[in-house]
Ligand binder design. Structure first.
Ligand code: NA7
Length: 539
């Protein structure tokens, strides 16, 4: 880097890319292909984003690896071979490192660097970006590939800082091996992360106390090794598979049904659900078309999953506590497990129901005090989730036209056009941003789509001599109206989750996701680009 970006030696760029997770990598590759002068920044010491930070035991992707991988490079697709249907975090990290090396992306990324501010300079029509290394960069465009799940949240429980044992955060897991044997371990949080940790460390810990507030629905992952024949077949058909994924509502290869739940007999419904259960993964979600719209259908599927908990968990009282009630199945991200419920059959694993039975009162120097008792712990693990979708952009100063910040703009909830741009923030783009399909479709397909769309807009501007672009207020209002109207129709709004901002104190509530499906989203984005980008103010 030499003295690039040092105060007094401002570096002029075409594009700054913030974040070197999967989204940032696509952006850096694409903009370099376009011949733009780019600089990426990454807070971690290496590539990988969420897969760099989340090294917790049992971390694993919940989409098939062949689907959860880049489609923009034929070389990468052919040269990389996935070993398992659902890759574990170490393999995902090896993959993204392979991509960074194979496509020579690393030289464009400055690691161990946080962007502290991005401020629009109206007079000079560029973004001034400052880093925690004291550097200053100026760029025509700023691309925030900051990820929907990159700002972990600590639980709002008194005394957290006083704990004298080992305190570990799932989303900031140490790089050194962690020992559980003989220890009294506590874990707070039973979302996808907590469930993966519990099933992994349950058998390894001396005692494990699982502090559960809201139980999640978990279904069998049924992970398997991929055979050479299968991999060869996939490699032969990658382009068609990617195209199929792009045209699926979930942006992936999981089949989506057009069959309504009550359109078939009870016996057929049960048989279809049993098949999906046996198949594993998120198959259950694709069994019927109306599971996120028809509350009665949804409840019957929820009851089916609850009955499976009874089949596995030997102690009826524990089984009962593990059963999620009071919110629709699939309104929270469904979890996939290999032995989560089985773990509770171990005599050393204890479920602490802190919703109905014993509220957590405080964390002490030596453990957790509930309304019933004090539980002594050597180690406490936090798997308490993220300030999703908006947290990363609100965590540093992003100042657009007239000095207005994103914090001000999003005071009452995230507001954007297509999840890609914001009125008042010219030449600033987001990948997988709020009000796009982020958590509801394959995030890599969305990232690739978003970057492609941004690239086309930048090319259009160069061809037509424009220096700035932003969506009009009306375009943004119309988009938000559509997002909100669609949100009213889906059951996804009806659970307290990071999707609706319910997990962060004082965060405005509301589903800031486009729920119309990935192909519809792509259509809207394509429409916005038609006829010279009509919804945009170009100057
Ligand atoms: P989630 O799904 O947001 O889960 C966080 C969990 O932490 C959830 O069970 C919370 O219970 C629990 N939590 C948070 N604060 C507390 C306090 N104060 N006391 C007790 N329990 C608490 O995050 P994950 O990391 O598991 O998963 C995030 C995404 O990663 C997931 O959606 C997939 O897309 C992959 P609550 O529900 O608030 O009652």
């Amino acid at each position: 880097m030499g003295n690039a970006g040092q105060e007094g030696a401002v570096t002029r760029l075409d594009v700054v890319v913030v974040g070197a997770g999967f989204g940032g990598m696509v952006a850096i590759y694409k903009f370099r292909e376009m011949g733009l002068k780019i600089q990426g920044f990454e807070a971690g010491s290496d590539v990988g984003g969420v897969w760099y930070w989340n090294r917790y035991p049992g971390a694993r992707v919940d989409l098939p690896s062949i689907d959860y991988s880049f489609g923009f490079s034929r070389e990468v697709e052919q040269e990389w071979t996935w070993s398992e249907e659902f890759a574990a975090q170490p393999e995902l990290l090896r993959y993204i490192n392979f991509v960074a090396d194979r496509l020579s992306l690393r030289p464009h990324i400055q690691f161990n660097t946080r962007v502290e501010s991005a401020v629009w300079d109206e007079a000079r029509q560029l973004w001034v970006v400052r880093t925690n290394q004291g550097q200053v960069f100026e760029a025509t465009y700023c691309v925030m590939a900051t990820g929907p799940l990159s700002v972990p949240t600590d639980p709002d429980i008194p005394g957290l800082k006083s704990f004298k044992g080992e305190l570990l955060r799932a989303a900031r897991w140490p790089h050194e091996p962690v020992q559980f044997a003989g220890k009294r371990v506590g874990i707070i949080g039973t979302g996808s992360t907590g469930i993966q940790i519990v099933q992994d460390i349950g058998p390894k810990s001396g005692e494990l106390y699982v502090f559960q507030r809201t139980p999640s629905f978990s279904m069998p992952m049924r992970n398997r090794q991929l055979t050479p024949d299968f991999v060869a077949e996939v490699k032969r058909h990658y382009p068609a598979l990617r195209e199929a994924a792009r045209n699926s509502p979930n942006g992936g290869l999981r089949p989506a049904s057009t069959r309504a739940f009550f359109s078939v007999s009870k016996a057929q419904r049960e048989s279809l659900l049993e098949d999906a259960w046996k198949q594993g993964g998120l198959a259950m979600l694709g069994t019927f078309s109306d599971l996120l719209f028809n509350a009665e259908a949804n409840e019957q599927v929820a009851e089916f999953v609850r009955s499976k908990i009874d089949d596995v968990v030997k102690d009826p009282a524990t089984a009962e506590k593990l059963k999620p009630r009071g919110y629709p199945i699939f309104a929270r991200r469904p979890c996939l497990d290999s032995s989560y419920y089985e773990t509770y059959n171990l005599p050393t694993v204890h479920l602490v129901d802190c919703l109905n039975e014993e509220k957590i009162l405080e964390i002490t120097e030596t453990g957790v005090r509930t309304s019933q008792r004090h539980i002594e712990l050597d180690m406490l693990i936090l798997a308490t989730g993220y300030d999703g979708l908006t947290g990363a952009l609100l965590a540093f100063e992003v100042r657009g036209r007239d000095g207005h910040t994103v914090n001000e703009k999003w005071k009452h909830g995230a507001y954007s056009h297509l999840g890609l741009m914001m009125h008042g923030f010219p030449n600033l783009f987001m990948t997988t941003g709020p009000n796009g399909p982020a958590a509801l479709a394959n995030i890599i397909r969305i990232s690739e789509h978003d970057v492609e769309w941004i690239g086309k807009l930048i090319t259009h501007m160069a061809e037509h001599g424009h220096r700035t672009v932003e969506p009009s207020q009306k375009a943004e209002d119309d988009w938000m109206q559509l997002v909100q109207d669609l949100a009213k129709r889906t059951l996804v709004s009806q659970a307290k989750t990071w999707y609706v901002g319910a997990n962060v104190k004082d965060k405005p509530l509301g589903l800031t996701l486009f729920t119309g499906g990935f192909p519809k989203y792509r259509e809207y984005c394509a429409l916005a680009a038609q006829d010279g980008y009509k919804p945009y103010l170009l100057a």
